[in-house]
Design a binder for this molecule. Structure first.
Ligand SMILES: [Cu+2]
Length: 636
């Protein structure tokens, strides 16, 4: 009896707790306006949110009712998209979808949605090029329960690429000539240095091929000349996060750039990645990570010395850095980095050396580095070489940073350092849906450089038919990148599970997946959010010139049972590649452990993975229940 009473009491307590926390409304007002901004020595008119670039960081707690009033003081329509947030389609903020018509000049639009997730996200305009012009900011969602990741400091580190030019001017320049910003074009000197390496006739053949394709081997990025910012500060302004030696610091990295990828590192500090795209992953300790446009990574660092550490985000085209500082007091500055060599595109980036690639793998590591040189890369010890020494694979779909031997893969990671790879990402928790997909959807990424048009399955957005999914359907996207650029593919409204060689219940959730040049990737999706959602490349000028499509998820059928079979931890993805990858991953793991003392210490400074998984699991189930309720609501 006593026991029953106690149970009733705790149930009552639980109900009270959930009622109060569920009733919590968190309200913000964002004013979008033009203001003079000087980050480069020249004052230019840019878009600000509440007067600043980036806009204010919005903090929520899981379960909150978010209410955000957006006041448009621009002379043109605007919008706000909540990047990575699960919400009703009308609140997603894409004009001309789901009945949302954009926010007219001098009008106010109020966004309302329930927060059903935790993590680091961001918001930005989905109108013209406004995002490039300053219309973006960070979102941090804290868990309802005390956070299972205990830290002493917690900072947003938002990277962006600032230009004095207006986005409309940049787009016009690209339309005029796709190599407008290629000031780093291949020189006669480059030709003779590759001629020395591979003989004049081969070098000539290659140069002719690039010319015929109207591409330059430096095309890894197509806009340069940016000033890179950390939380809106340029390198001289030096954004600084304070710490006391020995403290645990959480850094919420957000790549809010319009067009720029980075290699991110903090010399002398190992980073333990705990979330990717806001979603929990099992801790993995790295020295650096390749950072795609629109992705986020949460890392934990523990600086032990009373010195200034430099946060280094080096742009992929090596034209600049976004720099910040972690220091025991303000005004300190760590070591300044020097640029790594700029890599050139190779045949592997073109997806043209797959045959060679297969051979490549079976050769010894010495031969591999020889191969690297032959394909025109800079001569230094590359990460790819390091990986190859300990692994054997004959799959092109290797989830490394691009196809081996490609310019994209050549991050210039020092020997012995570990760069994060997509296949390191394991969902922290158990994926609820471990079903095999019922069908594959092929997404071919293409482009026409002469007209600066970017396409999905050969069509630009204006001409593309939407892709239809049944509510609850399990599908697989197969991405085939037929271009020489990486495309960060972003799906609105739902998370994809990247098939990175992990078991089905451990596939990481991603809202944005970098598809490396000439590479293929696949991802699973449970279509459990009804509505119209866009799926697009997050490089702003690729999206603006057509690399976008619409996905339509049907309404829930009230007579249908959508309950899922219990998650299976043994189920592997039916994808052959993935199975191969899995065994490789184990090999990779043990390889890393032998050569990377840094990874073996991770359990010491992180909570036990097991406990975290359990907490995540219950959180996840809660989310599922909310999902279902939201779905039922739509059906009425
Ligand atoms: Cu793209």
């Amino acid at each position: 009896m006593k026991r029953l009473f106690f149970m009733a009491l705790s149930l009552l307590g639980f109900l009270c707790l959930s009622v109060t926390s569920f009733a919590n409304t968190t309200e913000y007002t964002l004013t979008i306006a033009r203001n003079p901004v000087n980050l480069t020595g020249n004052t230019v008119s840019k878009i600000t949110i509440n007067g600043t670039i980036p806009g204010p960081t919005l903090y929520f707690t899981e379960g909150d009712e978010a209410v955000i009033h957006v006041i448009n003081q621009l002379a043109e329509d605007t919008s706000v998209h909540w990047h990575g947030i699960l919400l009703p389609p009308l609140m997603d903020g894409v004009p001309h979808l789901n009945g949302f018509t954009g926010i007219k000049p001098n009008a106010t639009f109020t966004y309302r949605f329930k927060i059903r997730q935790t993590g680091t996200y961001w918001y930005h305009a989905h109108s013209m090029g406004q995002e490039q012009d300053g219309h973006y900011g960070a979102i941090v969602i804290r868990p309802q329960q005390p956070d299972n990741v205990k830290v002493d400091r917690d900072y947003v580190v938002m990277l962006s690429d600032f230009s004095e030019e207006e986005s409309s001017t940049i787009l016009a320049n690209l339309k005029m000539s796709s190599d407008y910003y290629q000031n780093a074009r291949r020189t006669v000197g480059d030709f003779w240095s590759s001629a020395r390496q591979q003989g004049v006739s081969k070098a000539w053949e290659e140069a002719k091929m690039w010319a015929e394709m109207r591409m330059l081997p430096t095309d890894l990025s197509d806009v340069s000349g940016y000033t890179f910012l950390v939380n809106g500060k340029n390198n001289a302004q030096n954004w600084t996060g304070l710490f006391k030696a020995g403290e645990k610091v959480r850094l919420r990295f957000i790549n809010g750039s319009a067009m720029s990828f980075y290699d991110v590192r903090i010399p002398k500090l190992a980073m333990t990645v705990i979330e990717a795209d806001g979603q929990a992953v099992e801790p993995v300790t790295v020295n650096e990570f390749r950072f795609g446009v629109a992705e986020t990574y949460d890392v934990i660092v523990t600086p032990t010395e009373d010195i200034a550490y430099t946060i280094v985000a080096e742009a992929l085209d090596r034209t600049g850095f976004a720099l910040g500082t972690l220091a025991p007091q303000a005004g300190m500055r760590g070591e300044m980095p020097s640029h790594r060599p700029r890599t050139l595109l190779t045949m592997a980036d073109m997806g043209m050396s797959h045959g060679e690639h297969a051979n490549h793998q079976s050769t010894s590591s010495t031969d591999s580095s020889q191969n690297n040189k032959m394909s025109g890369q800079n001569e230094h010890t590359s990460h790819a070489g390091h990986q190859m020494a300990g692994m054997s694979t004959d799959s092109n779909q290797d989830y490394e940073t691009g196809v081996k031997g490609s310019g994209w893969a050549d991050a210039g990671t020092p020997q012995g350092d570990k760069a994060l790879s997509y296949k390191d990402l394991r969902y922290r928790g158990t994926q609820a849906d471990t079903r095999q997909p019922v069908r594959d959807i092929e997404i071919r990424l293409g482009g026409n450089m002469e007209r600066y048009i970017w396409t999905m399955n050969g069509k630009k957005f204006a001409n593309a038919e939407p892709i239809h999914f049944e509510y609850g359907e399990r599908i697989r996207f197969k991405f085939i990148n037929e271009t020489m650029m990486a495309h960060p593919m972003h799906l609105h409204g739902m998370f994809m599970q990247l098939e990175n060689g992990q078991p089905m219940d451990k596939l990481p959730n991603k809202h944005t997946i970098i598809i490396a040049p000439g590479d293929t990737y696949s991802a699973l999706l449970t279509a459990n959010e009804s509505g119209d959602w866009v799926f697009h490349c997050h490089l702003l000028y690729h999206m603006a010139t057509g690399m976008m499509t619409k996905i339509v998820v049907s309404k829930q059928d009230p007579n249908k049972d959508y309950s899922l079979p219990p998650p299976s931890s043994h189920d592997m993805s039916s994808h052959d590649m993935s199975q191969m990858e899995h065994s490789e991953h184990n090999a990779h793991q043990s390889h890393e452990m032998q050569t990377q003392p840094v990874t073996s210490t991770k359990s010491a400074d992180m909570p036990a993975t097991h406990d975290m998984s359990q907490m995540e699991h219950s959180q996840h189930q809660q989310t599922q229940a909310v999902d279902k309720k939201a779905g039922e609501h739509h059906a009425h």
